[in-house]
Every structure is written in structure tokens, then in C-alpha cells.
Write a protein that binds this ligand. Structure first.
Ligand SMILES: [Zn+2]
Length: 63
């Protein structure tokens, strides 16, 4: 039996936690946080680009 190659290879999108808004966001190819809207403490979008853009993702201590 012939095994067909996967026609749509799944590209795993690296993700990380933004240290500013604590959201899980996609990372850029450089491993930094991509552009995303900031989030208030009450969970509403601020409508502004989060200042965490371009920062390295937060890594929990001991992770
Ligand atoms: Zn953020």
C-alpha cells in the first residue's frame, strides 16, 4: 500500500505568552511576540497595539 504524502503539511505556529497583557500570542520567525492588541485587566481589548510587540515571550519561572 502506498502512503500518500500529506497534501497540506501542518506548520506549527510557535506561540508565547505576552509579558505585558498575559495573552498567548503567535510569535514571529525571530521568536518575538507579533503585533497584537493590548488587553485591559478586565479582559477587554484596548484597541491599541500592545507594547509587548517585539518582546521575547514570557517564560514562567521553573518552566
Ligand atoms: Zn501583549
Amino acid at each position: 500500500m502506498k502512503v500518500l504524502p500529506d497534501p497540506r503539511p501542518v506548520r506549527t505556529q510557535p506561540r508565547g505568552e505576552c509579558p505585558v497583557c498575559n495573552q498567548w500570542r503567535a510569535l514571529t520567525s525571530a521568536g518575538h511576540l507579533g503585533r497584537h492588541n493590548g488587553m485591559t485587566l478586565s479582559g477587554f481589548s484596548t484597541g491599541q497595539i500592545c507594547p509587548g510587540k517585539g518582546m521575547p515571550p514570557y517564560v514562567a519561572p521553573g518552566a
